[in-house]
Design a protein around this ligand. Structure first.
Ligand code: 13P
Length: 249
């Protein structure tokens, strides 16, 4: 059975005292679903979050990392550094990083390789833009993002990969993909995996949906058979809302 996951991507939000507050609020929440729960604070608060959430079942994950082992890459953070503070999962390829920081399928393929070499799990994000969907090209775009960055991997590597379908037009806009649009795309993604790797990888890979998931729409989206959880932006910044989504399973 593949895992259910609800991960909060805090993006560039929360200074230290706000992080402290949100972590305290999260510790007050009660989980009543079987979903794995993760939060991704900013780098400056990552180690603090790891220590504050120690002993809870909320995993602290990173929002990005570099593809090199170490060296002259000012401003960057390596897989080894994440590992060394107890961070075992990293979000890669978020559309904001692709759009504003020139991340490409090629650099993301290297980042994925680097996570695997360091025993990390990645949450690999991809998704089409509005123009792609209007032109009916959403499946072709998604397929090429997955193939270019991930299809060099061996089947065995897929136990360390979580996919996150995040249509760019639904991120931070309040406009969610309908549950049917999410299901259709997730089923297509799973078929793409099945065609390349067979049933085992296809059935065991967790595929998250991200894009304006809120407490009032999570249940319907998560009710779809190929939607295995969510990557949550805005609604993850309030502990109550985030846990309402976690408990929507
Ligand atoms: P919103 O939930 O704010 O739309 O953001 C989704 C997202 O980008 C998660 O990575």
């Amino acid at each position: 059975m593949r895992k259910h996951i609800v991960a909060g991507n805090w993006k560039m939000n929360n200074n230290h005292s706000e992080t402290h507050q949100l972590l305290s609020d999260l510790k007050q929440q009660t989980k009543s679903s079987n979903a794995e729960v993760m939060v991704a604070p900013t780098y400056v608060n990552l180690q603090y979050a790891v220590s504050e959430l120690g002993g809870t079942d909320i995993e602290v994950i990173a929002q990005n990392m570099h593809f090199a082992d170490n060296g002259a890459y000012t401003g960057e953070v390596s897989a080894n550094m994440l590992n060394s503070i107890g961070v075992k999962t990293v979000i890669l390829g978020h559309s904001e990083r692709r759009a504003y920081f020139n991340e490409t399928d090629e650099s993301l393929a290297k980042k994925v390789d680097q996570t695997l070499a360091n025993g990390l799990r990645s949450i690999f994000c991809f998704g089409e833009e509005l123009a792609d969907r209007k032109a009916g090209n959403q499946e072709a775009v998604v397929e090429s993002q997955i193939k270019n960055a991930l299809f060099h991997l061996e089947a065995s590597a897929w136990q360390h990969i979580v996919l996150a379908y995040e249509p760019v037009w639904a991120i931070g806009t309040g406009e969610t993909a309908t549950p049917e649009q999410a299901q259709d795309m997730h089923a297509f993604i799973r078929k793409t995996l099945r065609d390349k790797y067979g049933d085992e990888v296809a059935e065991n890979t967790t595929i998250l949906y991200g894009g304006s998931v809120k407490p009032n729409n999570a249940k319907e989206i998560f009710g779809k058979p190929d939607v295995d959880g969510g990557l949550i932006g805005g609604a993850s910044l309030k502990a109550e809302d985030f846990f309402a989504i976690v408990n929507a399973f």
